[in-house]
Design a protein around this ligand. Structure first.
Ligand code: PLP
Length: 370
């Protein structure tokens, strides 16, 4: 298997320790101590975690907590993985064959098209445009489908644009998948963070589309939305036969999730209301700041406010080059923004609203003065 490098990784690795890191895609990280405090958990319990290999599906306790996040899933629909990447890797390997066509949005988190491409599939892109709030149009999906189409991938909320499909739009895509008998995969890494005040987690495409189509799968995670990026716990939701096949595939990969990560992910999900309330308090304040910054700077940036997740994707006006803008921000102000070129979209940059409020405000101030 030959695979392209993940373009964003060099930039993220090289600029991890800048003063204001707004290039990442997760919420500012908690320490283990902070997480346990938020969960009212006695740190002494950490000492009791057994280091035996847990069930390769993930511990029963963690799978039960994941189940609580969905309406129509049963425990046999769940496989815990090391990061969402492993869930994607196993799922693609199980369902895709060389020559299959895969429909995926553009711009997009690179793994979602690079892995199918590495499996010799042909990729067809649904172009997302600002005028439509970066949402995939059902009519465009229909136009791309051929008898060779095997899979449609929808990333919702979307990285890097922050767009969110509503229930009716998701159902419409589900119906298209059913009519054409193709698999539908929802990447819902940011499911826990709709950005409307008061809205709790988003209903999964798995729950919405299972009403009309059985070839539906979803991936989710406890890392980015909960500020636990290094925990590397993700999951796949799919039909039990697919889950079993992915589990067999996973036996050749990480085999099990480390017990400490499994334990902390279970605690985090048990306390999801509290943790997400904490995260949302910070990011909604940052978003308010960002919206007024963008209002004041309309002449410099074309901006679609994010509706879910932690990132948005402003465009530079006046033909300015995204990469040189990001380098300027870095060199003059110690601020890291992710250049849009890593998504194949040069005049854009990705900006994370999940950083501490004082750092976020200071970074915006510096951008205003550039
Ligand atoms: C949409 C999306 N899918 C998948 C991944 C990979 O997830 P993980 O880091 O949990 O492997 C990411 C990571 O940024 C992402 O943004």
């Amino acid at each position: 298997m030959k695979i392209q490098k993940l373009h964003m990784e060099d930039w993220l690795a090289d600029h991890q320790s800048v003063q204001y890191n707004l290039a990442e895609s997760g919420f500012n990280d908690f320490s283990v101590g902070e997480l346990l405090t938020l969960c009212d958990e006695d740190p002494a319990h950490l000492g009791n975690i057994s280091l035996m290999n847990p069930d390769t599906r993930g511990s029963l306790g963690l799978r039960r907590e994941i189940l609580q996040c969905y309406q129509s899933a049963v425990i046999e629909n769940i496989l815990v993985t090391v990061g969402v990447t492993e869930a994607l890797f196993a799922f693609f390997n199980v369902i895709l064959e060389p020559g299959d066509e895969v429909i995926v949005e553009f711009p997009e988190f690179q793994t979602l098209y690079e892995l199918p491409k590495a499996l010799d599939c042909n990729i067809k892109f649904i172009n997302l445009v600002t005028g439509n709030g970066f949402l995939p149009e059902p009519k465009n999906i229909r136009e791309l489908i051929t008898p060779k189409t095997k899979l449609i991938i929808i990333n919702n909320p979307h990285n890097p644009t922050g767009s969110v499909l509503d229930r009716a739009e998701i159902l419409e895509i589900g119906k298209i998948a059913r009519e054409n008998d193709v698999y539908l995969l929802f990447d819902e890494h940011y499911k826990f963070l709709p950005l409307e005040e008061g809205t709790r987690q988003l209903t999964s495409g798995f729950d919405i589309c299972r009403e009309v189509h059985h070839k539906v799968a979803a991936v989710g995670s406890v890392t980015k939305c909960f500020g636990l990026n290094g925990l590397r716990v993700g999951w796949l939701l799919a039909d039990p036969q697919i889950i079993e096949a992915c589990r067999e595939f996973k036996h050749y990969l990480t085999h099990v999730t480390p017990p400490i990560c499994d334990y902390l992910a279970e605690r985090a999900l048990q306390n999801k209301e509290k943790i997400i309330a904490h995260v949302k308090h910070i990011i909604l304040k940052n978003l308010e700041h960002l919206n007024s910054f963008m209002e004041r700077n309309q002449n410099r940036f074309e901006y679609t406010p994010p509706r879910g997740g932690l990132v948005c994707f402003p465009k530079l006006k006046n033909g300015q080059d995204g990469a040189s803008f990001c380098r300027d921000m870095l060199n003059k102000h110690n601020i890291s923004l992710l250049p849009g070129e890593v998504f194949g979209m040069n005049p854009y940059f990705r900006l994370n609203i999940g950083v501490k409020s004082d750092a976020f405000a200071a970074a915006l101030q510096a951008m205003e003065n550039l």
